[in-house]
Design a protein around this ligand. Sequence first.
Ligand SMILES: [Zn+2]
Length: 479
Amino acid sequence: MSDLKLPSRSEDFSEWYNQLVIQAKLADYAPVRGCMIVRPYGWALWENIQQYLDRVFKATGHLNAAFPLLIPRSFIDKEKSHVEGFSPELAVVTHGGGQELEEPLVIRPTSETIIGHSFSKWIQSYRDLPLLINQWNSVVRWELRTKLFLRTLEFFWQEGHTAHATAEEADAETRQMLGVYRDFAVNEAAIPVIPGRKSASERFAGADETYSIEAMMGDGKALQSATSHNLGQNFAKAFEIQYLDKGGILQHCWTTSWGLSTRFIGAIIMVHGDDQGLILPPRLAPHQVVIVPIFKTDEEKAKVMDAAHRVRNELVASSFRVVLDEREGMTPGFRFNDWEMRGVPLRIEIGPKDVQKETVVLARRDKPGKEGKTFVSQAGLSAAVKETLELIQKALYERALNFRNANTVDPKNYEEFQGAVENGFASSYWCGSAKCEQSIKEATKATLRCIPLEQPDEKGTCIFCGQSANEKVIFAKAY
Ligand SMILES: [Zn+2]
């Protein structure tokens, strides 16, 4: 049995995170440095994320497909800014079947190029548009500084790729998918996010416009939690993705791409977790409820286990994701700590007295100690569980939102700005100059996270140079 104790979250956030990932059995380190082994518990969480998103992607007209892992090196070179952006991170295959390859292959860092190549074959006329594709896969980017879930050599994600007849349709698609990610983050993961546009320097390599959702982690840093790119005609021109319009004239398509990765699991950990471990939002938790039977004698055991099985069956029948902890030789205290470490939102305790009174104890993961405990009758338990899980989901969101609000500052001057980005987000006017953005980054290590879609009505002055500014933006240190 391992010692279920984490470093203090407030004192050493980074080490708290590292140890939590291991102790909660979400993931493990791999023999190849920087790679990640996702353990069944972490994968179950990812599957719940997948299932939600996949349903929405299909409901908005997208179809899943699978493109190859290996891409000809020459493909990456076709789009100028794409090659500049990705070259340093490429893993290149030079040998196959014991022989040196004539042309090196790259392991996909993302699939715009190979999908662009296919789109150019599949699209001939306006009737073939829009073409709406998604794929669930993993990609490789040779990162030097890695951290489980947040930045790994190989990571899992979905990448959507679409082609459209007009610029307006491509822009609408890009924004629609940003909205899908926003809704997912807020409603399923209980994470408040700021949807916005990226500045030119933070854009995806090869995009005309990149949108992202940005979330504040428990240490005040930002995490880019999903992105949606309007690729304009850049890839269409590089890969000759063309269509005959209604007038019979050959036109280039307008394309988009958008993705959400296992990085999002890092966000869930860092937004909701506490010193006892993980706290999972009920809508995504692999186990929404854990039943912990408590007994001393064999006679008690028989009665308690009988009630525990009954309760489990009833909750399973009501479609809750339930686990019954039947492990022996561990104290109830240890088992409580273990499930707290793993972030199960709701614990049901059943002891001999509960059997007698036909009650159980509900203990909320988000409210430690007595405050989060209630006694409820076994009759009508499903309704009580449903209500409590909804309350937890809501409470997690509100707590995260309050934290973000408390750590977001609208600084009056640059001096205040420098303090603000040490602890959280600075919401400031920016003149739009890349020079101001760069100077701020060099001086404070804070980057321009996004230009929120929601803007105040009035204009202001740039926090750095004092020139007039049309837009308010978010600056923060980021993962
Ligand atoms: Zn400025």
